[in-house]
Design a protein. Structure first.
Length: 426
């Protein structure tokens, strides 16, 4: 395996956790490059389910060294809770997990601000997880963020924390009519975290570039999906970071010339969590049917996901902005009971046809999708492990999706377990 970036090609929840797990067996390093604990990667191994929010899914293999890059925002309580979960299952992170010294930290006041702002927006809310991700990235951009390395200088950390909380309390009290935050309790708790984080903290960029010189294999793991990217997604209904492939370089300190391959993961249909446009969304009855069959509930929040037909316009856009070399098509088995399957190949809005993804969000919210329809296969395919054994209609659908996306499909996932996978290339 070469140095590879894995990205979600839709709105997140595409099945990246399973794919990272599949690829991690060949990787020397697995690196998370953006996002926070607002996204969960689910991996199922021999019937046991693991949900990871911050630690790369490669930790479930014995070999890879796992890293959290500078592009991630980390809530230490969530990180150590995840470590404890792994330890309870006999999986040790000792000598195998590292966190960039440059990683921005999430504090309790970030979550409080997140929740207060969402509440104040009313019907215009973004639909965040209220875990403080956006406010933490805001502090980073405003140059007031507190990084892992800052915890190791008690005096400097205290000064930064007091400055931030002074401003936060002004907003909480004056703008949102909330109770103020106490400095001392946060300071004391994060000093405890400092002792736990110090053995994990390192210069991730230096370690990875040295690994590349030694011809090691790197796998970069993103959270969320392309359509939630703060620049290229359905703005403003997006996350606060860059889940696209370019974010892997910014979020780890590895230059783009060191990347060999980009893999995109997409479902055979489409889902979305929270607010925002969804042109191909099913009616309530169909959504509930697919939701139940596909277990479409958020790994982090448990929220029911909105479900809809595959959107080739979005898929082709994701291939372009990420430079995707090949696609992993997941959850094909979920469509097995359907008589017919639709794929959106364009949008119609105010008399105009859009075959490429539009910058104007009104095309997505008010436009009408243009569909091509395919016959279903009405056969359980979850136990099939060879492409040749798939029903003809399933193979026709896979081929058409590849043509729509203008990108080859290398892997097909037919269920959550590692073994429910068909590899089209060795």
């Amino acid at each position: 395996m070469s140095n590879t970036i894995l990205v979600g090609a839709q709105f997140g929840d595409e099945g990246k956790g399973k794919v990272i797990d599949l690829l991690s067996g060949e990787a020397d390093y697995v690196i998370r490059f953006q996002g926070g604990h607002n996204a969960g990667h689910t991996v199922e191994i021999a019937g046991e389910r693991f949900v990871l929010h911050l630690i790369p899914s490669g930790i479930l293999h014995d070999n890879p060294i796992c890293m959290i890059g500078n592009g991630v925002v980390v809530d230490p309580s969530a990180l150590f809770e995840e470590i404890e979960m792994l330890n309870s299952k006999g999986i040790s992170i000792e000598g195998r997990l590292f966190v960039s010294e440059l990683t921005q930290l999430i504090f309790p006041y970030h979550s409080k601000l997140d929740e207060a702002k969402e509440k104040s927006l009313g019907s215009s809310k973004i639909g965040t997880t209220k875990r403080g991700i956006g406010p933490a990235y805001m502090d980073k951009t405003a140059r007031t963020g507190i990084r892992v390395v800052d915890l190791f200088d008690e005096k400097r950390f205290r000064a930064k924390l007091e400055t931030n909380i002074k401003m936060v309390n002004y907003l909480l009290v004056k703008l949102y009519n909330q109770e103020p935050i106490d400095v001392d309790s946060i300071f004391n708790k994060y000093m405890e975290y400092a002792d736990k984080l110090k053995p994990l903290a390192c210069d991730v960029s230096l370690m990875l570039n040295n690994a590349i010189k030694q011809k090691k294999q790197l796998l970069f793991e993103g959270a969320q999906g392309t359509m939630l990217d703060v620049d290229f997604g359905t703005y403003p209904f997006v996350t606060s970071s860059n889940p696209v492939s370019g974010g892997a370089c910014i979020g780890t300190g590895v230059g783009p010339s060191r990347i060999d391959k980009v893999i995109g993961v997409m479902k055979a249909y489409k889902t979305r969590v929270g607010e925002g446009p969804f042109p191909t969304e099913f009616c309530d009855e169909m959504s509930e049917k697919i939701r139940l069959v596909g277990n479409e509930y958020g790994a982090t929040t448990g929220r029911a996901r909105r479900c809809g037909w595959l959107d080739a316009v979005i898929g082709r856009y994701a291939v372009r902005v990420n430079g995707i070399d090949s696609i992993v098509l997941t959850k094909l088995d979920v469509l097995s009971e359907l008589d017919e399957i639709k794929v959106a190949v364009g949008y119609r809005y105010e008399g105009k046809i859009y075959n490429e993804f539009p910058a104007d969000i009104r095309v997505l919210t008010e436009g009408e999708p243009i569909y091509e329809t395919f016959p279903g296969w009405q056969k359980d395919i979850s136990d099939i492990n060879r492409y040749e054994d798939l029903p003809d209609n399933a193979k026709k659908y896979i081929h058409s999706v590849s043509e729509f996306m203008e990108c080859r499909i290398d892997i097909i996932s037919l269920g959550p377990d590692r073994n429910q996978t068909i590899k089209l290339v060795s």
